[in-house]
Design a protein around this ligand. Sequence first.
Ligand code: NYM
Ligand code: MG
Length: 234
Amino acid sequence: MTKRGAFIVIEGLDRSGKSTQAATLLKRLQDAQSPAKLINFPDRTTAIGKMIDSYLRSESELDDRAVHLLFSANRWELAKSIEETLQSGETIICDRYAFSGIAFSASKIRPGTNSYPLLDYSWCRAPDVGLPAPDMTIFLDVTQEVARARGGYGEERYEKEGVQRRVRDVFERVAEEVEGSGGRWVLVNADESEEEVQKVVWDTVKEIIGGIEGPIEKLWDDKREAGNVDALYM
Ligand code: NYM
Ligand code: MG
């Protein structure tokens, strides 16, 4: 049986070194003659991605639910191409995915209060159910102190310490849930040097870059009981 490519997602807070690590991983795979491709979400090049980009730069305002759905739609518009790439035997390294979608939206607070969520966790998760599921998610865990020492955040929406702290909390819940549903979530200490993190990431992915034998799973696609499905169409 021919193997398909592995779907590897890299997640983390802003300033965790995700994009650098993803690019290095791509280069190492290519150097090892292993076909691989790097993608990232949000993909700002599509029509939907351009709306997201404008929102993130605060050039436009959007309802919190509307923008959440745009982030998800941006993944759905690429879902087919992700599947085709994996089936063709190419590995995908993906810089952010649905987990960022939940973490950033579900950590939003109600205006004028100190408490969250503004959007319910399960509501945030729902639009991404059924997307191609990663074979492995590497979470680059950076502390606030190290993020600050790396020169702090940029100018985009969400790039603030308070926001990042809440996002980190939601990511913990996401991690538990991914593991609970049989997914692989690997926590990597991203406070370490770039080289050290590279080493850990490489050791972690080594086993799956040769390809995967099983089918591409669907994200959080809890099988309904047959009875429920019947009831649905009665
Ligand atoms: N982000 C990213 C979301 O709020 N929801 C999502 O679904 C995704 C994929 O976009 N601060 C946020 C997280 C980031 C911002 O991403 C831009 P990046 O990788 O920092 O360019
Ligand atoms: Mg960023």
